[in-house]
Design a protein around this ligand. Structure first.
Ligand code: N2P
Length: 395
């Protein structure tokens, strides 16, 4: 499966990109072969979008996104089509890293950022993100209704959804003989002793604690109050001696693929990226459920290039661009009607990427965190990091 998947995907991307300056017209029409859309329909739609494209006077945009979260060619396309002189694109690994950067003044440097759902209210409170001008984002109409007015931005003023997914377990089928079906694989024997120092958790505090909450039978997005936070901290401290690392995507994608990590708490699409290089990599949504999250696009309140930032978000919402990004990063996008016929069946039908209703029902959807909760989480995380156990001795 791995080799076949790899070839067909690479082939597809080659075709999609082949159109070069023809954007997703010539090239993507090849990619979309087999879909119900004809080339003509697609061309007409793209022309229509082009006509209404709002060309900003600003010639630069600075984007700060998660690692492994865009098709790189999308940046080239944007730069060409919007006649940008400079597109700065930097990456981070967690919401905590993003928060720290903004707190250190990077809100005055970057234009577009991609916070996760739960963090948006705090970013508004801190004055880090602006109210969006939806007149400049006409492509918002492509977002499915179920992703509009979410609990973390009830009037849809500050954010636009980008990709959604789950937090689950990436593991190696050739190494873990018992297989992995649920959270016990991260917290119980025989897994801990047998796979000691082959287990990794996420560098994102909310996810590592969320996994512990879920294993303990609480909501993944527990209210972060006592006594649950202490219980989760105790569990994570006990687990820590068996943990190799609290890893980020830049680490766990290659390390699952090269079999340095055997069981990793990880984000769905990233594990599929690792699968491209190793067919033993598996992604499992734990049977007892997990978190379904939505990452969003926002513009910093002090953005140096607000018009270019709006144009960039609008460009990212084009169904063709959404589909191209989904094909690259293996995450589901929120344009369930508009972009789905452009997404390959292989992705649409994969329950680890677009989970079926009965799986989603067992999961906890993200909810907004208050600043106080984030403070509690950050203290608990600091205590976990200070606890003994993670050092690996090598001769
Ligand atoms: C991208 C990971 C983003 C998912 N590599 C985290 N919400």
């Amino acid at each position: 499966m791995g080799e076949e998947r790899k070839l067909s995907r690479r082939e597809f991307l080659r075709i999609a990109i082949g159109g070069a300056a023809g954007l997703l017209v010539g090239g993507a029409a090849g990619y979309f072969t087999g879909s119900t859309l004809t080339r003509k329909v697609l061309e007409a739609e793209i022309e229509d979008l082009r006509e209404r494209a709002l060309l900003p006077a600003e010639k630069e945009v600075r984007v700060y996104n998660w690692s492994e979260y865009i098709h790189p060619y999308v940046l080239t396309l944007f730069k060409e089509e919007y006649e940008m002189e400079t597109v700065v694109y930097d990456v981070y690994e967690s919401n905590e890293e993003l928060r720290a950067a903004l707190a250190a003044g990077k809100d005055k440097y970057y234009d577009v950022i991609f916070p996760s759902d739960s963090y948006i209210p705090e970013f508004v409170d801190q004055g880090w993100i602006m109210e969006l001008d939806f007149k400049k984002i006409p492509n918002f109409k492509f977002i499915s209704d179920k992703f509009k007015n979410p609990p973390w931005d009830p009037e849809n003023k500050y954010s636009v959804p980008y990709m959604w997914g789950s937090t689950g377990i990436g593991w190696l089928s050739n190494r873990i003989e018992e297989g992995v079906t649920d959270w016990n694989a991260l917290f119980e024997e025989p897994y801990l002793s047998k796979y000691s120092k082959k287990i990794t958790m996420l560098c994102e505090p909310a996810d590592t604690f969320g996994a512990a909450f879920k294993y303990l039978g609480y909501n993944y997005n527990d209210d972060l109050g006592l006594p649950h936070i202490d219980e989760a901290l105790e569990l994570l401290k006990k687990q820590k001696p068996y943990v190799l690392k609290y890893a980020d995507a830049t680490e766990y994608i290659p390390s699952l693929a090269n079999e340095d990590f055997w069981i990793s708490l990880a984000w769905s699409g990233d594990v599929y990226v690792a699968m491209e290089d190793n067919e033993n990599v598996v992604y499992t949504i734990p049977q007892s459920g997990t978190n379904i999250w939505v990452d969003c696009m926002c513009i910093t309140k002090n953005a140096p290039h607000p018009d270019a930032a709006h144009a960039f978000i609008n460009f990212m919402l084009r169904p063709e661009v959404m589909a191209l990004n989904t094909a690259e990063v293996w995450y589901a996008n929120p344009e369930l009607e508009a972009s789905q016929e452009l997404v390959s069946e292989e992705i649409l039908e994969d329950p680890g990427i677009y989970p079926p209703e009965e799986v989603i029902e067992k999961c906890d959807l993200s909810r907004p965190y208050t600043s106080e909760e984030l403070e509690i989480l950050s203290n608990a995380w600091a205590e976990l990091m200070a606890a003994p156990g993670v050092k690996v001795w090598r001769l």
